[in-house]
Design a protein around this ligand. Structure first.
Ligand SMILES: [Zn+2]
Length: 237
């Protein structure tokens, strides 16, 4: 099985990253969102191979507030989300926010999931490394789930994700990535509820999984919607 077959099997409907970002702009233009009147807020893993998405969002939307922690998790809290909202343009008495949030996973040229070749490195590498480390710790049978001040983000990943894993199970990396997506979606919507006033703003949410292939990055879209004039509509890319 090669990369494309593996991508189709695990992430049917995945599209090249540039197409995905361009579609967000085209889709939202019909609802009054433009690069001039909207702030984009993005969460991806800190890993350098995720960063082309941030660049594409900046190019398409004019700027991007960075929400990111390891694994694309949202640990910036209410203060971070409030700051992002306060940076939006005040166009025509209304503010507009576009939130994009994704965990990530690599697929190697031979179709193997979780593995990638990084430029300049001889051996194959894993992505997401943070989720892989958590998976290894689960598999070892010894899991430390306290807040570690010398490893704050990784310990928060474990504390948050363990709530999604059935007791005693050791999920594979693909399952763990989907669990991370669910947590990111739940947390994103909770923070939006805490910091966004739908009476004075419109917003859109795009979530899914970022996939690293041998020829570039892809996005598998999952929960995507817009809230315009308080009305929530699911959007399809
Ligand atoms: Zn990562």
């Amino acid at each position: 099985m090669g990369f494309q077959e593996s991508l189709n099997e695990h992430f049917p409907g995945a599209v090249p990253e540039a197409d995905f970002v361009n579609r967000t702009v085209a889709l939202l233009s019909g609802s009054g969102f433009t690069p001039e009147n909207t702030i984009a807020c993005v969460s991806v893993c800190r890993d350098e191979i995720t960063q082309p998405l941030l660049q594409k969002v900046r190019t398409a939307w004019g700027e991007a507030f960075n929400l990111s922690s390891l694994a694309g998790m949202l640990f910036l809290g209410r203060t971070g989300f409030t700051a992002a909202a306060h940076h939006a343009p005040n166009a025509g008495g209304k503010e507009r926010y576009v939130y994009l949030a994704f965990p990530h996973i690599a697929i190697h040229i031979d179709g193997q999931v979780g593995v990638c070749k990084r430029g300049g490195r001889k051996e194959l590498s894993t992505a997401c490394g943070a989720l892989f480390a958590f998976q290894k710790e689960l598999a070892s049978g010894k899991l430390s789930v306290g807040l570690a001040f010398d490893d704050v983000e990784q310990s928060l990943i474990k504390i948050r994700l363990i709530q999604e894993i059935p007791y005693g199970q050791v999920p594979d990396l693909l399952t763990l990535t989907r669990a991370a997506l669910k947590v990111i979606q739940d947390d994103l919507e909770r923070f939006i509820g805490l910091t966004v006033d739908p009476a004075q703003s419109d917003h859109a949410v795009f979530t899914g999984i970022q996939i690293h292939g041998p020829d570039g990055n892809y996005i598998w879209p999952d929960r995507c919607f817009q809230v315009v004039d308080r009305a929530k509509t699911v959007v399809s890319l």
